[in-house]
Design a protein around this ligand. Structure first.
Ligand code: SF4
Length: 736
């Protein structure tokens, strides 16, 4: 490819190019690298392998790693990784807030202050008055250490993180259907599928490297897309269902209805490998589905019954159907039910545990799976899929962590939204935030106020929305300025080695946690102090669970482009497809499939009734706001919005409005509009765009200046506690 970076991004902006193939970030503007080192992209859960090019110790080039699972492909964000060490606004020394202003401090003063605030809070109000809020962007070793320090050291289960906001419903969906979290499929399934069922996801923008792999198979494989927006992915679809936001459980149940009524159930598979909720059977399931006949629900979904019938048949009869989803069905008050029902469609039709046939939830963040879900660093979890509320699981972890019986508090901690409510009402008195920007990403930001809660923040950059509430800010190393393991969507762990020095006095998050553990008197508990030592401890602990990856040693990770767990010993090649005999070492010999995460070895088909979203449109708030991501920006834009090419291409945060709504409201291109919900009010520029369904407004959350989450509702799924970012009733009016 002969394009410069800027030219290529220009094409991307026009939608003419989906990905860079083997792009070396614009060779015409990069000096020639003399040495290359393998690493992993800093951004999304695709976890692309990269080769980093160095000249005289400087990072000057990047290209997709052709030996990695991404086969040399990178998207525009990955192709600009070379910019990371040069970005403006890096913090190089600790800061302490005094009389409302931040001033420079030493590490000793900053860490002493944090330790004293945490100790003071615990003395006055007990262990549950302190908490940790982490990220799917920290390294596994860092999150593992934070989880251990807080749950087994400080005895606080208030450990949560931003994966709660993006994939908790998918995790709960897997656990309640298959007994264990994490997908059973892999990216290679994309090459075998003959039908892609994409619901609530826009991989053309949010997982472009995976979408490129799908795009190459279109023609051989059908693409079905379900979304309230005609996204870039939807534009390539063979069948596109532009549904009313919040009605997709009606759709999935209607598809199940067609599958059952039209004889599309794979009865041998269901009989051998599935059981029904509440001891039911196919007859009771059929009865449950009676109210979901397509003709009964089509109007509420906003698509014709014949189209629902057609996609149900395509799903069931394709040689291999692969479902892909992200926030569209996770960020919902019925997120777990949606995940269960989607898993059920695969079980009912036998579209599972075969090459190309699998439900694969795409991960948003680079290390949400490996770093947070696997290490159990959420407020209800312990490592390896264990639950805090189960005495047996607590006892197992107390033995493995070598702490006295009864150390781990039996009461789960506060999830993300509750943790910050607690910081706002005085229940939480000291909080450590690492690697994330909750004051931009949490819902209902208008009402996020801390009260008497000390906040310490470890962050690479100055001036984020979260630094505005921090009392102490610690400069954190970024990406390859430190070493650690990332675990992405397909259970693949990959090593990122340290190849650059952090600026000034910045330290890795692991160094910060080890220092804090020492100051709080838990140095004996946190004896693993380097990334390698922590990995070895966690690797050995994993052997006592069905997540066993004892065989994924540091040495193997240095040599290979990652390994997929389970991987119980140093000779095991890793597991492409979980629960499949001959591939997964835990499947009993002679069995083709075993859902061994459940005592019966059978997966559970749930009967999940539809409930309307709490934010139904009303006369006062007649439209639905739904939020999402754009190709060029990652998460809250802390990194990507500082990269000039990405900032210039994405533009500022705007709200997209269908031309019919714009006409009705008298809104013209570029007008400033007032967006009002029950939760807040803001002004924002409008774009007239036919992509959203009539009655739907769409905005991205990357722009710190726009801060769309000021108007987004904070209703949560009662099981996963994941907020419903996708459905907020709003009113739009032109600002004159
Ligand atoms: Fe790959 Fe995601 Fe990085 Fe793009 S942002 S290069 S898709 S890991």
């Amino acid at each position: 490819m002969d394009l410069t970076r800027r030219e290529a991004i220009g094409l991307l902006g026009g939608g003419a190019l989906a990905t860079f193939v083997g792009c070396s970030s614009g060779k015409s503007i990069s000096p020639a690298a003399t040495t290359w080192k393998k690493s992993v992209c800093r951004f999304c859960g695709t976890g692309c392998g990269v080769q980093l090019g160095f000249l005289d110790g400087r990072l000057v080039d990047v290209r997709g790693d052709e030996l990695a699972h991404n086969r040399g492909l990178l998207c525009v964000k990955g192709s600009l990784l070379t910019e990371l060490p040069k970005l403006p606004g890096r913090l190089s020394h600790p800061l302490i807030r005094e009389k409302g202003r931040l001033r420079k401090s030493t590490w000793k003063e900053a860490m002493d202050r944090i330790a004293s605030e945490f100790s003071g809070a615990m003395e006055k109000a007990g262990p549950s008055s302190v908490g940790f809020y982490g990220s799917g962007q920290l390294y596994t070793e860092e999150t593992y250490t934070a989880n251990k320090l807080f749950k087994a050291g400080l005895r606080s289960n208030n450990v949560d993180g931003n994966p709660r906001l993006c994939m908790a419903s998918a995790a709960f969906g897997y656990v309640t259907t298959f007994g264990k979290d994490e997908p059973m499929g892999c990216y290679e399934d994309l090459d075998h599928a003959t039908c892609y069922f994409v619901i609530g996801a826009n991989p053309a923008e949010c997982h472009p490297v995976l979408f490129e792999r799908m795009r190459l198979r279109l023609g051989k494989a059908k693409l079905i897309v379900v979304d309230p927006l005609r996204t870039k992915t939807a534009r390539r679809a063979d069948r596109f269902l532009q549904v009313v936001p919040g009605t997709d459980l009606l759709l999935l149940n209607a598809m199940a209805h067609v599958i059952v009524e039209d004889g599309l159930v794979d009865r041998p598979f269901v009989e051998e490998h599935c059981e029904f909720e509440g001891g039911g059977n196919l007859v009771s399931y059929r009865k449950f589905l009676q109210t979901y006949a397509p003709e009964k629900v089509a109007e509420r979904i906003g698509v014709a019954a014949t189209r629902i019938r057609e996609i149900a048949h395509l799903f069931a009869t394709s040689k291999a159907t692969m479902s892909l989803w992200t926030m569209g069905i996770n960020q919902r008050t019925q997120g777990v039910f949606l995940n269960n029902t989607l898993n059920s469609l695969h079980l009912l039709t036998g579209q599972i545990c075969r090459p190309g046939a699998t439900p694969l939830s795409l991960t948003g963040q680079g290390n949400a799976c490996g770093g947070v879900r696997d290490t159990g660093a959420l407020s209800h979890l312990l490592p390896g899929g264990r639950l805090i509320e189960k005495a047996k699981h607590r006892e197992e972890m107390e033995k493995l962590w070598k702490v006295p019986a009864g150390t781990i508090d039996p009461k789960p901690g506060w999830d993300a939204t509750e943790l910050f409510r607690a910081a706002g009402d005085g229940r939480l008195r000291a909080l450590l935030i690492m690697g994330t920007n909750p004051m931009q990403t949490l819902p209902d930001l208008t009402h996020q106020k801390k009260k008497d809660c000390f906040v310490a923040l470890a962050e690479p950059f100055e001036n984020t929305r979260t630094s505005e509430i921090a009392d102490v800010i610690l400069p954190a190393a970024l990406w390859v300025e430190k070493e650690g393991v990332y675990g992405q969507t397909e259970r693949r762990y990959q090593l990122l080695e340290k190849v650059l020095d952090p600026p000034g006095e910045a330290r890795s998050d692991l160094e910060i946690l080890v220092d804090l553990a020492n100051r709080l008197g838990h140095g004996k508990l946190i004896q693993a102090r380097t990334p390698g030592e922590v990995w070895d401890e966690w690797r050995k602990i994993s052997a006592a669970s069905l997540y066993n990856f004892e065989g994924i040693t540091r040495e193997r990770l240095r040599m290979r482009r990652g390994l997929q767990w389970p991987c119980p010993d140093g000779n095991h090649p890793g597991t492409k497809r979980r629960f499949v005999g001959g591939d997964d070492p835990f499947v009993p010999k002679g069995k083709k499939v075993s859902f061994y995460g459940r005592p019966s070895g059978k997966a559970l088909i749930h009967m999940r009734p539809y409930q309307p979203a709490p934010e139904a449109p009303t006369k006062e708030y007649p439209m639905i706001l739904t939020t999402g991501r754009v190709l060029e920006q990652w998460h809250s834009g802390t990194i990507t919005d500082r990269i000039v090419e990405l900032h210039d291409t994405s533009g500022r945060g705007q709200v997209r409005v269908n031309p019919a709504d714009a006409r009705r409201l008298g809104i013209r291109k570029g007008d400033t509009v007032r967006l009002q919900s029950r939760f807040g009010s803001m002004t924002i520029r409008a774009v007239i765009d036919p992509a959203p369904r009539i009655g739907v407004a769409w905005a991205s959350f990357f722009d710190a200046k726009v801060l769309i989450n000021r108007v987004v509702a904070d209703h949560v799924d009662p099981m996963s506690r994941q907020p419903e970012y996708k459905v907020t009733a709003v009113r739009l009016s032109k600002v004159t």
